[in-house]
Design a protein around this ligand. Structure first.
Ligand SMILES: [Zn+2]
Length: 234
């Protein structure tokens, strides 16, 4: 069973209680002896790692019997940009995916994003497209094909978090965020592609950074929380 670890809690002397996302929702299991350096689980259970686990059902819940890494964590931990990506993605999923339905809906996206971290150097593009896809999957997609207020398709000048989409010149107000043509194009692209296309077209860092910051602040606005790891991008 493939899972994404989102919490590791030390328990007793050498055990971990592991909380993870899966295709079936949230799952909790015990990894006996995982904190022992000689354990076969040692070096495989990391925060936000994608792992293939085998579990045994016991009276006290699930117990880990085998674990295989599906993301190359060594490759991530030696690259600061990849570490930052992993932290942002991890924080976003921990804060947005709270119930089984949203976990089930977003699991494929989370998995594909984690696997993609080691496949690209365009980390900001990947993180940006992860956030737009997550917003879409969770039902918070921005209206990107017309002005969200009047429906006009031309003279788009920006976006409004309050209205949930693009704004035209006539409707734009003091709460709208002005965007240039290139930014509007990148915003549209972000909400048009699926989780299968995260690496199909990649934006360079200069293009992706402002768009990523924009979407992280939209996420903060929508869910009313602060994404602390956003500060790592500065
Ligand atoms: Zn309008």
């Amino acid at each position: 069973m493939e899972v994404v670890i989102i919490r590791l809690t030390a328990y007793r002397e050498k055990d971990y209680i592991v909380n993870a996302l899966s295709n079936d929702g949230m799952i909790t299991f015990r990894a006996n002896g995982a904190l022992n350096v000689k354990s076969k689980f040692a070096g495989k259970l990391f925060l936000y790692a994608l792992v293939d686990v085998e579990l045994r059902a016991t009276k006290a819940g699930f117990t880990l019997t085998n674990v295989e890494s599906l993301t190359n964590m060594a490759k991530i931990f030696t690259d600061l940009k990849k570490i930052i990506t992993l932290n942002i993605i991890g924080e976003v999923i921990s804060k947005t995916l709270k119930d089984d339905d949203s976990i089930i809906d977003a699991f494929t996206l989370v998995k594909k994003t984690l696997v993609s971290i080691t496949k690209t150097d365009r980390q900001l593009s990947l993180t940006y497209l992860f956030v737009t896809n997550l917003l879409r999957i969770l039902g918070n997609r921005l209206v990107i094909d017309r002005c969200v207020r009047c429906g006009q398709k031309t003279n788009i000048i920006g976006v409004s978090y309050y209205e949930g989409g693009l704004m035209c010149k006539k409707c734009g107000d003091e709460r709208s965020i002005m965007l240039n043509a290139e930014a509007i194009k990148i915003l549209r692209y972000g909400f048009m592609i699926s989780e299968d296309e995260l690496l199909r077209h990649e934006f360079d860092d200069v293009e992706a950074l402002p768009m990523l910051l924009l979407m992280l602040s939209y996420l903060e606005f929508t869910y009313n929380f602060k994404i602390i790891s956003k500060d790592l991008l500065k």
